[in-house]
Ligand binder design. Structure first.
Ligand code: TNX
Length: 522
């Protein structure tokens, strides 16, 4: 009897040891690069159905001649360390290491500022691009190939396996932007920085800041200090408002530039100017200061277009703003100037364009500016009227696509959305995805378009949570419309990829709207 027990125990022990050791030897399930959920969808993916594992012995290498790659290596290794606890050794090298590497290299053979390739085999990951911006884009894709929790922090017994294969990628359109209205409600530097990090992961490369409107002036102008002392102190609903000092603004510009995002500053003129008209009575035709405005009407204010002081004001503001702006564009608004007669509006826009050019920048304006005589480099931002955009094209301008019916992030998803407006449309997540830039408006073709921008007007947006609710997940669709060729986009396929970003968005603490049009996992 007891012999039997020992015998059985012995067998069990041998069996379990065998099972245990076999288990150890079973290779991990192959990974399929084609099953990964990358947004925006890359141009080309080839899978080789194996995997590479990043571990504590993996080295992060960059080609020795590039300072910028050294910076990008630190950026990525910090992100990886915060997310996984792995502290990869970063070093410069002339040659591709033998094994266990992440290798960043610049190669002239890859054309285009933003193009990149990722080549992964069992020895390591190579990210190659013609320019640092491309490497940055490749790193954003690599983040999306790693587990979502890395956006939050380390997990026990984690393995960081990357599917092998090749990704070749480049954007369809060069301008992929978001606009944030910081005038109707003000958002401080920290909120903007966090927002910039979210945008970067989805390869957005422009952040347009709507810095002035009737309800508030948000950028310090040293030659006209009352703009912020008075005009910066209000916002929609009567809250205290706020503004960026020039030092803070530079900090935002630099933070964005480090993530290959260009800030496009807007001073809206000649309408949407009540905050300036409150601060300086002389900008009004009657010389009398206006009262602060904290409601949400539009179209009631105008700078006095036939006073010289108005152009002195614009020249000073644009001069100071241009000095803070490394990007090529300054946005002059020009929308809804309902109380500026057309005979005054046209010469005003003509003259203001010249002031912007004098300070070394190119102009962007809302589509109404096409009524004026556009300078060759002026960009028309289509938000409301196709006929205006087409008028701009006829003058030789290019168009930035932001049609309110599709691209406005302040539009409610549906009638029960907790915030948002609906004057243009309800924009559910699928509707926000199912349109193309080059087919949206007859008369506007691909060659006319520089890209896409999705504006978030903030009349109903008071907190960072409100921003997240309206921007996510629709922004991911905007990003893909600008990046991925129309022929490769399909809602039925996209919605599954989007659903797989649910953990990633949550790990980043983004309070996105869980639209029922998307088959979320939970
Ligand atoms: C129209 S869009 C505006 C903004 C409002 C927005 C609200 C545009 C160029 N002008 O002033 O905030 O509607 O959706």
């Amino acid at each position: 009897m007891s012999n039997n027990i020992f015998f059985s125990l012995g067998i069990a022990l041998v069996l379990s040891l065998t099972v245990f050791s076999c288990k150890k030897q079973i290779p991990p399930k192959p990974k399929d690069l084609l099953k990964e959920s990358i947004i925006p969808l890359p141009s080309e993916i080839n899978a080789t159905n194996s995997s590479f594992t990043i571990d504590e012995a993996t080295g992060l290498f960059y080609t020795s001649e590039s300072e910028q790659l050294a910076k990008l290596s630190d950026y990525f290794s910090n992100w990886l360390k915060n997310g996984s606890g792995l502290n990869l050794k970063v070093s410069a090298t002339k040659n591709l290491p033998i094994s266990n590497y992440i290798y960043l290299a610049l190669a002239d053979s890859i054309a285009g500022e933003e193009a990149y390739q990722i080549v992964t085999d069992e020895k390591g990951i190579k990210i190659i691009a013609g320019q640092p911006h491309g490497i940055f884009n490749g790193l954003q894709t690599l983040k999306q190939l790693l587990p979502a929790h890395l956006h939050k922090g380390p997990k026990e017994n984690d393995t960081l396996r990357i599917a092998t294969g090749t990704i070749k990628d480049a954007p369809e359109y060069g301008y992929r932007g978001v606009m944030l209205d910081v005038s109707r409600h003000f958002f401080g530097v920290d909120v903007i920085k966090k927002f910039i990090d979210y945008l970067a992961l989805y390869k957005i490369n422009r952040l347009h800041l709507h810095l002035s409107d009737d309800q508030g002036w948000r950028i310090e102008i040293k030659s006209w200090p009352k703009l912020t002392e008075i005009g910066g102190q209000t916002q929609v609903g009567g809250g205290k408002g706020g503004f960026y000092t020039q030092e803070q603004y530079k900090e935002i510009v630099q933070y964005a530039a480090d993530r290959f995002i260009t800030i496009v500053p807007e001073i809206d003129m000649p309408g949407h100017t009540n905050a300036a008209l409150v601060s300086y009575p002389e900008l009004n035709c009657d010389g009398k200061a206006r009262k602060p405005y904290t409601g949400t009407n539009v179209g009631f204010s105008t700078l006095c277009t036939d006073k010289e002081i108005t152009y002195k004001f614009i020249d000073d503001v644009i001069r100071e703003l241009a000095a803070l702006t490394p990007g090529e564009y300054i946005h002059i608004g020009g929308d809804e100037s309902n109380v500026t007669p057309m005979k005054d509006y046209i010469p005003f826009i003509n003259r203001t364009q010249k002031i912007v050019e004098k300070h070394g920048k190119k102009v962007i304006g809302w589509d109404e500016i096409a009524h004026a005589d556009l300078l060759p480099n002026t960009i028309v931002q289509y938000w409301s009227k196709g006929e205006n955009a087409i008028k701009g094209i006829a003058q030789g301008s290019k168009v930035l696509m932001s049609p309110a019916k599709k691209a406005y992030l302040d539009m409610k998803y549906d009638s029960i959305s907790r915030i948002g407006l609906h004057w243009a449309a309800f924009i559910p997540v699928d509707v926000g995805y199912k349109w193309d830039l080059e087919t949206y408006e007859e008369g506007i073709s691909k060659a006319d378009i520089i890209g896409i921008e999705a504006p978030l007007w903030t009349e109903t947006v008071e907190t960072p949570e409100d921003i997240e609710y309206l921007v996510f997940p629709r922004l991911l669709g905007i990003s893909e419309i600008g990046w991925t060729p129309t022929a490769k986009r399909n809602w039925e396929e996209y919605k599954v990829r989007l659903a797989n970003h649910d953990h990633r968005l949550k790990a980043m603490d983004i309070g996105f709207y869980a639209s029922k049009t998307v088959p979320w996992k939970e």
